[in-house]
Design a protein around this ligand. Structure first.
Ligand code: NAD
Length: 454
C-alpha cells in the first residue's frame, strides 16, 4: 500500500518506519523543516532504541521517505495517517489546532476513495469533525475516516508496533475497515472493530486506567510508610492475583510523559461535555500531584533545618527510562520546588540532557552521575535508568558531601543502603539511616588501629 503519515513525532515516525518495514511505501510529512532535513539525512531527532537503524534500512530499500510538502506525501496515498500532537489547553481539554490544520490541508489534496486514519489521541467526536473539516474544503464526502488509536510505549515503541498486542479499528464503513486490515495484514495481533466513538474513548479509558494503577499504588505506598509495611512486597502479593497483574504497581514519583497527564485531563473534559462528572480520574490526578510534593518533603526532611545553599543532585530527568521525553516529567516540578528553596540543583540523565536545555534552561547539567553527585548533600533519584541501579555505592558515598539518597524509583534495597552507610528514603518502604553505623564501624576500626599500635 501507499501510505502517508502526517507528523513525525514519537508516534508518526515510529509508525511510518514500522509500516515501511512491513512492506508498505510510506511518505512521512512534517511541517518542521529542520526535522525533515535531519530525517532525510538519516538522523532521528528523538531517542528511541533501534529506530534510527530501522529507518535507515527502509530508506535504503526505497520504501520510506520524508517531505515537508503534504501534497507530495499524499499524491499517491491509499491511506493518510494523522499523527500530529494534541497537547492540553489551559483548561485541560485537548487542543485540536494541529488536527484542524492538517484536516484542512488534506482537504486541498484529497482524492475520492482515500481513507483518513487518526492515530493522534483525540476526544470523542473528533473524527467526525475531521470529516467535516475536510469536506468543507474539498466539497465532497467521497472518502472514509477511521480512528486507530496508538498504544505504543516510548522506549519500546518499535517492538510495541511490530508486535502489537491489539489494534482498534474505529470505522464507519467497510472500505475503511478493509484498508486498515491490509495495512496491518502482516501483524499477528488481536483486532477489535468498533464505531468511531468507541475507538476514540478506548484510548482515553486505557490510559486513565493505567494512571489509576500508578496513583493507587502510590497512595498505598504512603500508607505503608506510616504503618511499617513494605510496598514492594505488598505489590508482589497483589500482582500475583491474575485479576490484578504485576505491571504498573511500582510505587514511585508518579506518572508523567506526553500521554497520561494530558489524556486523564482530556478524559475528564470528555465526560463533562457529555454531562457526566467523573469521580475517579480527578482523584488519580490529585494523588499524582501530591506524590511529587511528598518526594519534595522527603528531600527537605533529609536535608535538615537549613536548606539554603544545600546541594541536591537529581539523577534522571526523563519521565521514564529509555526515552529522552521530559514532557510533564516529575523532574520538572521537583527542580522548580527545590530551586524555589534556594537549593542548588545539579542533574544528570543519560539521554535527556538536550531536552532539559529546552525545558529547564537554568538547570545545571552534569555529564555523568559521578559528576552530578560531587559535594551533594542529597541525591534524588527520579528515573529508573539501569545505569543508576548499577551505581557503585562506595564511589557514590565517597563523592557526596552527605551520604543521603531519596529514591523516587525504589532502585535499592533499604538494607543494602543501610549497610553501605547511607541515609536512604525510598517510596512506600521503611526509611533507614546507616550513617551512624558507618561512623561506628570507622571508630572501632580506628580504635583497633590505635590499640594495636600500643
Ligand atoms: P509530537 O509532538 O512528538 O509530534 C507531533 C509532530 O507533528 C511534530 O513533529 C510536529 O512538527 C508535527 N506537526 C504538527 N502539525 C503539523 C502539520 N500541520 N503538518 C505536518 N506536521 C505537523 O507528538 P507525539 O508524541 O508523536 O504524539 C502524537 C499523538 O499521538 C498525540 O495525540 C499523542 O497523544 C498520541 N500518542 C502519543 C504517544 C507517545 O508515547 N508519544 C503514544 C500514544 C499516542
Amino acid at each position: 500500500m501507499n501510505v502517508s503519515v502526517i507528523g513525525t513525532g514519537y508516534v508518526g515516525l515510529v509508525s511510518g518506519v514500522c509500516f515501511s518495514e512491513l512492506g508498505h511505501h510510506v511518505h512521512c510529512v512534517d511541517q518542521d523543516k529542520a526535522k525533515v532535513k535531519q530525517l532525510q539525512n538519516g538522523k532521528v531527532p528523538i531517542y528511541e532504541p533501534n529506530l534510527e537503524e530501522l529507518m535507515k534500512k527502509n530508506m535504503g530499500e526505497g520504501r520510506l521517505c520524508f517531505t515537508e510538502h503534504l501534497s507530495v506525501g499524499i499524491s499517491k496515498a491509499d491511506a493518510i495517517i494523522i499523527a500530529v500532537g494534541t497537547p492540553a489547553n489551559e483548561d485541560g481539554s485537548a487542543n485540536l489546532t494541529f488536527i484542524q490544520q492538517v484536516a484542512k490541508e488534506i482537504g486541498e489534496h484529497i482524492r475520492p476513495g482515500m481513507v483518513i486514519i487518526t492515530k493522534s489521541t483525540v476526544p470523542v467526536g473528533t473524527n467526525k469533525q475531521i470529516k467535516q473539516w475536510i469536506a468543507e474544503i474539498c466539497g465532497h464526502e467521497l472518502f472514509s475516516i477511521a480512528s486507530c488509536p496508538e498504544f505504543l510505549r516510548e522506549g519500546s515503541a518499535i517492538n510495541d508496533t511490530l508486535h502489537m498486542e491489539r489494534a482498534v479499528f474505529g470505522v464507519e464503513d467497510a472500505h475503511a475497515e478493509q484498508i486498515l486490515r491490509e495495512l496491518h495484514a502482516s501483524l499477528n495481533t488481536s483486532i477489535v472493530v468498533t464505531n468511531l466513538e468507541t475507538a476514540e474513548t478506548a484510548k482515553y479509558a486505557a490510559n486513565a486506567f493505567l494512571a489509576t494503577k500508578i496513583s493507587f499504588i502510590n497512595e498505598v505506598a504512603n500508607v505503608c510508610e506510616k504503618v511499617g509495611a513494605d510496598v514492594s512486597a505488598l505489590a508482589k502479593v497483589m500482582g500475583l492475583d491474575p485479576r490484578i497483574g504485576p505491571s504498573f504497581l511500582q510505587a514511585g514519583a508518579g506518572y508523567g510523559g506526553s500521554c497520561f497527564p494530558k489524556d486523564t485531563q482530556a478524559f475528564i473534559r470528555v465526560g463533562k461535555q457529555a454531562g457526566y462528572d467523573m469521580q475517579i480520574i480527578p482523584a488519580v490526578e490529585k494523588v499524582n500531584k501530591q506524590q511529587r510534593g511528598h518526594l519534595f518533603n522527603k528531600v527537605k526532611m533529609a536535608l535538615g533545618e537549613s536548606l539554603n545553599k544545600k546541594q541536591v543532585a537529581i539523577l534522571g530527568l526523563a519521565f521514564k527510562p529509555n526515552t529522552d521525553d521530559m514532557r510533564a516529567a516529575p523532574a520538572l516540578d521537583l527542580v522548580e520546588s527545590l530551586q524555589k528553596e534556594k537549593i542548588e540543583v545539579i542533574a544528570f540523565d543519560p539521554v535527556a540532557s538536550e531536552q532539559a536545555k529546552h525545558h529547564l534552561p537554568e538547570l545545571k547539567l552534569a555529564n555523568s552521575w559521578q559528576e552530578a553527585v560531587i559535594g551533594a548533600d542529597a541525591v534524588l533519584i527520579l528515573t529508573d535508568w539501569d545505569e543508576f541501579k548499577e551505581m557503585n555505592l562506595i564511589k557514590l558515598r565517597e563523592l557526596m558531601h552527605q551520604p543521603v539518597v531519596v529514591d523516587g524509583r525504589n532502585l535499592f534495597e533499604p538494607k543494602e543502603m543501610e549497610g553501605a552507610g547511607f541515609y536512604y528514603d525510598p517510596v512506600g518502604r521503611q526509611k533507614v539511616d546507616g550513617r551512624l553505623k558507618a561512623l561506628k564501624k570507622w571508630e572501632n576500626f580506628s580504635l583497633d588501629v590505635h590499640s594495636s599500635a600500643h
